[in-house]
Write a new protein. Structure first.
Length: 291
């Protein structure tokens, strides 16, 4: 069994990006600049955005964090987005999701300049991704592709089951892995809450990508020997034996699944750190495209 080490791989990618930034600076070119917008006080979202901004500092990027209160109107957020679209100093930016209920997510994503949409969530960029045109790939699926590629996990002709059909992970993952690409050429099934006989599907799978948000959902009896497991979930569960009172669990019951797996991502330290590394990669690309 090989652990797909996202922490190490993301550190390698960040080192590659930092090297590139040094070159840009030495050539007197512009330093890439990422902005992140967060609306409200969701603890997990704040942690994620904080990690993204910190990663920018680590590789030598400029970063701007824009924190807006929960009660921010849709109009005010759209105005902020318009400002970011016009601001030449900003190469790329993200609006952290989920947004408060009173704000229409689709309206917001549509307002982002597609050339600055380093999350790859704008309909134009989703379309470009589906058509295999150059674009910003969404960071989590992109990170998974990079992990599979760097560890040379075979994907061509393999059966992949993606559990979850979210716009951020499951749906793009299924599209990307069915395409002609290094970590692609797979036969992909998308499973979701209405799927019947899920276990029959996962038992046939060479690769299972679990992006459901249900702690320890996938158990050892649901997978075959030699399977590759990609665990996108990260949930806090109470654990009185821990000092802080909780532990982090993935969507995979690691202890029963890992003994059957050829490759598996841990939680934490698997897909999560890769997401941040690929956001940086997209920001670097946004800066290069502009210059
Ligand atoms: N919420 C959960 N994942 C993401 C992500 O990759 N980008 C943004 N903007 N919001 C998220």
């Amino acid at each position: 069994m090989t652990i797909l080490d996202g922490k190490k791989t993301s550190a390698d990618i960040k080192a590659e990006i930092a090297e590139k930034v040094k070159e840009l600076k030495a050539q007197g070119k512009k330093t890439p600049h990422l902005a992140a917008v967060i609306v409200g006080n969701d603890g997990a979202s704040k942690t994620y955005v904080g990690a993204k901004v910190k990663a920018c500092e680590l590789v030598g990027f400029e970063s701007t964090l824009i924190e807006l209160p929960e009660e921010t109107s849709e109009e005010a957020l759209l105005q902020k987005i318009n400002d970011l679209n016009q601001d030449n100093a900003i190469d790329g930016y993200i609006v952290q999701l989920p947004l408060p209920r009173h704000i229409d997510e689709h309206k917001v994503l549509l307002a982002i300049d597609a050339d600055k949409d380093v999350d790859g969530f704008h309909p134009t960029n989703v379309g470009r991704m589906a058509l295999e045109l150059p674009t910003f790939l969404p960071a989590t699926p992109y990170g998974i592709l990079e992990l599979l590629e760097r560890y040379q996990v075979p994907t061509s002709g393999k059966n992949v089951v993606v559990i979850g059909r979210s716009h951020i992970v499951g749906r793009p993952m299924s599209i990307l892995m069915s395409q002609k690409r290094a970590a692609g050429d797979a036969t992909v099934t998308v499973a979701h809450s209405r799927t019947q006989n899920l276990k029959e599907l996962t038992l046939q799978a060479d690769i299972v990508v679990v992006a459901l948000g249900v702690a320890e959902f996938l158990t050892g009896d649901m997978v075959k020997e030699g399977v590759t497991i990609i665990d996108v979930g990260i949930t806090r569960i109470e654990d009185s034996s821990k000092k802080n009172g909780f532990r982090l669990a993935g969507d995979v019951h690691f202890d029963s699944v890992a003994p059957k797996a050829e490759f598996i991502t841990p939680v934490p330290g698997g897909v999560g750190p890769m997401t941040i590394a690929m956001l940086l990669k997209n920001t670097l690309l946004a800066g290069e495209r502009k210059s």
